[in-house]
Write a protein that binds this ligand. Structure first.
Ligand SMILES: [Zn+2]
Length: 236
């Protein structure tokens, strides 16, 4: 498949790199650049070089294929260790990336990111908080589209707790920057995501809607207030 990267500069000074339905983000620094995710691979490394030739540190928000596709194209890579076995189980290979922990700081002189562990969508999903620029890079976990919550490593309990954790720091950012669907998400959406997870965990199941035909037959969409999950069909 052809994965060509489209580049756009965001008003907050970083670059949005899009391939089909997924985005990566490049944050130019004084001595090195930070690349969050690598989409499907394709021409992502040329796209990054066309913006800047400085060395690149890659931080993966999680190990889903559309985020780590270009991992072999880069040398200096980091991921939360809870993704190691998940990646092996899901993708059939061990990702070659160094561990990145809750509370670690990655500072390139222009952008200073704090790592926040938000398990749920995957065991080692992270968000990156930039307090000065009031940005949260939230991967797949905060978005307006349906979030994949079925299959290996997903946990609604952990997801709900992670939304609570982000609600606890919501005054530190104006907007969450998402990998899919709407680029910018207001912090209020965190309450809706937490509430949807809570409803389902308590057995208040919203009406199931059918998922697109490329999804497994047993997967349905459960949602309310413009947030939703892909889940295996819940049978009473
Ligand atoms: Zn994704």
């Amino acid at each position: 498949m052809d994965f060509t990267t489209e580049i756009k500069k965001h008003e907050k000074g970083f670059y949005v790199l899009s391939q089909r339905h997924v985005r990566a983000f490049l944050f130019e620094g004084k001595d090195f650049n930070i690349l969050v995710d690598t989409c499907f691979g394709g021409d992502i490394s040329q796209a990054v070089k066309s913006i800047s030739e400085k060395p690149v540190k890659v931080i993966f928000t999680h190990c889903d294929r559309d985020h780590i596709g270009g991992e072999s194209l880069f040398e200096d890579k980091y991921i939360h260790p809870a993704e190691y076995s998940c990646c092996l189980e899901k993708n059939g290979f061990m990702i070659d990336a160094k561990p990145l922990w809750e509370g670690d700081i990655i500072d390139n002189g222009n952008f200073k990111f704090e790592i926040i562990h938000i398990p749920g969508h995957t065991p080692g999903s992270i968000a990156l908080l930039e307090r000065d620029k009031r940005l949260l890079i939230s991967g797949d976990s905060v978005q307006t589209g349906s979030i994949y919550m079925f299959g290996a490593g997903r946990s609604l309990q952990a997801f709900k707790a992670s939304m609570g954790k982000l609600i606890g720091i919501k005054d530190s950012f104006d907007v969450a920057i998402s990998s899919h669907n709407d680029l910018e998400i207001l912090p209020e959406k965190l309450y809706e995501l937490e509430s949807l997870a809570d409803d389902i965990l308590k057995g208040n199941i919203p009406e199931a809607k059918s998922a697109p035909s490329q999804m497994p037959a047993e997967v349905k969409i459960y949602g309310k207030n413009n947030v939703s999950f892909f889940l295996y069909e819940i049978k009473n």
